[in-house]
Write a protein that binds this ligand. Sequence first.
Ligand code: ADP
Ligand code: ZN
Length: 715
Amino acid sequence: MNISTAQQALKHYFGYDRFRPMQEDVINCVLSKQDAVVLMPTGGGKSICYQIPAIISQGTAIVISPLIALMKDQVESLKANGVSAAFLNSTQSYTEQREIEEDLRYQRLKLLYISPEKLLTGNFLDYLCNLNISFIAIDEAHCISQWGHDFRPEYTQLAALRQRLPHISFIALTATADKVTRNDIANQLGMNNPQIFLDSFDRPNLSLRVEAGQKRIEKIIKFLEARPNQSGIVYCLSRKSTESIATKLRNAGYNAMYYHAGMSADERSRVQESFIKDDIPIICATIAFGMGIDKPNVRWVVHYNLPKNMEGYYQEIGRAGRDGLPSDTMLFYTFADVMQLRDMVSDAGQHQLQLSKLERMQQYAETRTCRRRILLSYFGETLEKDCGNCDVCRNPPELFDGTVIAQKAMSAIVRVQREMNKNLSTGMLIDILRGSRRIDLINQNFHTIRTYGAGHDISYDHWQLFLQQMLNLGLIEIAYDNHNTFRVTETGNQVLLGKFPVNFAKLSQFKSTPSSKVPTKKVSAKEQLGRELFEELRVLRKTIADKENIPPYVVFNDATLKDMSDKKPISVNQMMSISGVGELKLKKYGNEFIGLIVRFIIKKSKEGFKITGSTSLLTYELYQQGLSVHEIAQQRQLQDQSIVSHLANLYEMGYNIDIYQFTSEEELDAIDDCIRKMGSNKGVKAIFDYFNGEIPYTSIYFGIAHQNRLETVVR
Ligand code: ADP
Ligand code: ZN
């Protein structure tokens, strides 16, 4: 077995031309029967690493996977690609299980997915050991580590399995970015000097952005306006807010639903199913949502609240863009969230550790340097240069002298504390600065301090943003141990005393909306056409998926539709070269998609767009209406000969054209002979001369087409 067999299988079953760099190495390792640990980010392409070796090896590969929903999806996708696979779990009926066992006995399955619980039932382990197993793959392998966030006791049973099958290789796969857990996996599994494959955890297709947390709903709606029909998730801290945000989005005309652990299992799986099937594109959810789904076309993720730590944040944004297409993420940052999270983690265990993780999260949100650098450095990777795909890179902050503003605020804090011995909350501080007539403010005599009203020209929201910047700059700090009140730091005092100035970032960039922030690129006519075609392909995909009762991405994923809308294949041959179109899908869906593309090209060329290949198709349309070559030529104001060459060309591509309208069996044989003698690339004129002009050009065009078409069919 070698890598070229593997490559052929990749093309045949999955429709991909080449392996990603690490996939090839992992596959080599598995084929040589060595243990392997594979650490790749979500969307990195882990499944292919064991699916291809399973397909080309003798026997059945056993895949241990913790989530039943995921298992089902994987098996469905494999079957759609013509790979024989099945899963066994507790939800199946006795008959179903018997059928699968029958398939196993006769070695009809290339992959069998099972849950770790299944391993523990009865004497299943004995049963398994008697099968012809090619190797064992352990998906979500971090579940074996007690250090991880997703420990599953059943996984510990896998070490026993490793001992029972000393001669079978194990491959463990995970997307965990947590170092402690990573190091624990091979140990816990009792692996045999495994090869470790560590991919970069960078996800360059995910754009990163942090927004100030004011007017969040408005900002989300702006964000959605620029992304019609795209699927995405809004992560929220509380169950209640998932519901209220979903309602607000629905009221704004968006098809949104909510999801949280307080719903019944039935309700939850219904929402999840609708999301997977593209029936409901937007889900407002607590972080419980997303674990059990493999949907590759989640195009965006919004964090309505700050996540507790970078691990969680990375995992949640990672649910976007698994298919590798550009996807957007947006995080809202407010102090209210920080305070709430601080309270939450203070009540939980490992309090100091949690707090410092929260602080790292905060630093990420506040940074003025490339965010991806910070994100990756947290996970121990370094980027050579700024990423160019985060808000800081796209829009470096513009600064202005904020000394006076800072002094006004700090002076108010100091006076209230020193002169009146009182503490200030954010709201009260801003109200003093803005000269509010709030009764409790007057009652406490706050209106008598010197800076009362000194900042009336700055709006409430802007004050919040300035205070946030002052915190970031270390001029003030929040006394978490003292009712979250403000305190002026030593640096702040220096500024207050006029020892040195401070710069603030201009607020225009906080206010501006996502779409206006990035200079809107002018969309070329070609791009616009591609987008329109993508939409039509998407609708066709959905119709087919509903008819077959499978998720749309199982038909084709977004990357495949994108490739189709770029390349616009109009023949089976061209369709075969689209990424993600394997043999079975070509057979099942190829014609329907080609048909749509042909109709699209004809429609658009009539509207005046220039599209490669369209002229032949316009001829074809008239040909189908029964017009003769001459009539078509007249209508299209072209030469008869051009029409003939169009039709010959289409015939060669496999279109349904009656060749004997244009030539005869004898002529075809003669031309065939001639080409064989002269070599295939002599051209029409040479063949014409060969026959001394006795065979007309029309026949020669078709003769050449006939030969090429036969070759295509043979291949
Ligand atoms: P993971 O399990 O690591 O999150 P998947 O196995 O789901 O990732 O793969 C992510 C996406 O990348 C899928 O849509 C998959 O079809 C695609 N993919 C995997 N390998 C290749 C490849 N060699 N060429 C093109 N696309 C690939
Ligand atoms: Zn960047």
